[in-house]
Design a protein around this ligand. Sequence first.
Ligand code: FPP
Length: 237
Amino acid sequence: MTKNDVALKDTVECPIKHIAFIMDGNGRWAKKRGMPREYGHKVGAEVFRKIMRYCGDIGIEAATFYAFSTENWKRPQKEVDAIMKLLSIYLDDCKKELRTNNMRIVFLGDKSIFSEELRKKMIDIEESSKNNTYIVNIAMNYGGRDEIVYAANKLIAQGKTHLTEDDISSAVYTNISPELDIIVRTGGDLRISNFLLWQAAYAELYFTDKFWPDLTTDDVDEIVDAFKHRKRRFGGV
Ligand code: FPP
């Protein structure tokens, strides 16, 4: 995208304020090419960077990416290590990009399980980007049910004995993001796999057979266009 294109897009308000991606299909994408699954994640991480930047360029206010679920620890150690390494490399490398693109990184999920070194890097990036306004949520060790339990426990610890929907919305990990508009899942499966269960209540769903490493910025344009044509009723008529 050229600077002029970005400027043009900036003049038209994007109808999507908050988009979320289930980045599925890295393993199958690699297998089709006779490569190990870890290679799919490596290319997947490059696509993650491209798509996150593009979403900011077109005026989306928050983008959320499902990078590692609470269930993904069951994968072979080699694959888990490869994903952690990719995250670590990204965190070492992203500071300038975050500044230039006004991106604020927020991790969704319990960080206590990560190595001391990785946890420090995650906290450092959250801290150093906290004044930027385009929110990029990265779900790491994230589960939707786990998040609701976390939010409820947080509120109990604050002394609440009766919870409202607003209470829970303010205690989930995405509390600084706008309402979720759409969840996109690549890779052909038609489920949400414990992702953003609370936030998904009125979100649109968009499924594509494309594997995550094949997703392009043109696909994002198509998703925005499809969203424009959805009639959202939020339970009304
Ligand atoms: C799902 O595809 C993908 C994952 C569990 C990992 C996603 C991780 C990345 C894109 C890299 C993240 C990196 C950073 C820097 C955040 P799958 O492995 O389940 O694919 P399959 O369904 O084809 O097996």
